[in-house]
Design a binder for this molecule. Structure first.
Ligand SMILES: Nc1nc2c(ncn2[C@@H]2O[C@H](COP(=O)(O)OP(=O)(O)OP(=O)(O)O)[C@@H](O)[C@H]2O)c(=O)[nH]1
Length: 215
């Protein structure tokens, strides 16, 4: 018998409901994180527990982009693009993690935006405020994916850190699906900085989410 105690669970699965969207009727699942009380979500579609790799997105909360239509980032368009792709495939999962502002929160992200308005880039702004360039970790993804029996994902991301993080957690990323959407005059230099300083794989951008969901 092992002397190692079983690690305490990071979060609890709480409940689910139907979530009709313009593209498909998802099931919304809610978890509560023990350490913070934050409510993390999974939008699921189709039979995601059948052992086949699941088209998946790990999406960090961005209230300004996801809800308030901000063009300063690509977050809202990525959220919409990912859901459209899952709907088109008829199967997939979007993990909605409450990691606003790359983990520094909304108010601090707004402070970082003010610094960017004064000329510094998105990474330097975080550092000037005393934060890491990217304060996120992805350990919650493991129990969230395990809840549905998901061990392999086709991950919609441009961020190599997400692929590394999931791989280290024991989730196999069988494929990376680029999510290049909504480069515009307001977020152009932000996206360039992500590529130059955070290692994002930005490839050839397209202007916007296409009507048919093909990105
Ligand atoms: N601190 C900070 N956070 C930002 C800024 N712009 C967007 N964010 C946050 O960054 C997170 C999204 O990160 P991104 O770098 O766009 O994307 P990613 O999640 O790393 O990678 P992808 O999977 O390719 O989208 C969200 O939590 C946003 O709120 C910014 O200028 N400063």
């Amino acid at each position: 018998m092992s002397n190692h105690p079983t690690p305490a669970p990071l979060l609890d699965y709480v409940t689910s409901c139907a979530l009709p969207t313009p593209w498909a009727q998802f099931t919304l699942h809610a978890f509560v994180e023990h350490a913070t009380g934050k409510e993390h979500l999974v939008m699921a579609l189709g039979d995601i527990g059948n052992g086949e790799p699941v088209l998946a997105r790990v999406h960090s909360e961005c209230l300004t982009g996801d809800v308030l239509f901000s063009q300063r980032c690509d977050c809202g368009a990525q959220l919409e693009g990912a859901l459209k792709r899952i709907a088109a495939e008829g199967r997939g999962a979007l993990l909605y993690l409450r990691q606003e502002g790359r983990g520094i929160g909304l108010i601090n992200k707004m402070r970082a935006y003010r610094l960017q308005e004064a000329g510094v880039d998105t990474v330097e702004a975080n550092l000037q405020l005393g934060f890491h360039a990217d304060a996120r970790n992805y350990e919650l993804c493991l129990p969230m994916l395990e809840q549905f029996g998901i061990r392999q994902v086709k991950l919609m991301t441009n961020n190599p850190r997400k692929i590394d993080a999931l791989t280290r957690l024991g989730i196999e990323v069988t494929e990376r699906v680029p999510l290049l959407v909504n480069r515009n005059a307001f977020n152009n230099s932000y996206l360039d900085t992500k590529q130059a300083k955070l290692g994002h794989m930005m490839g050839t951008p397209v202007a916007a989410v296409a009507e048919d969901g093909q990105l």
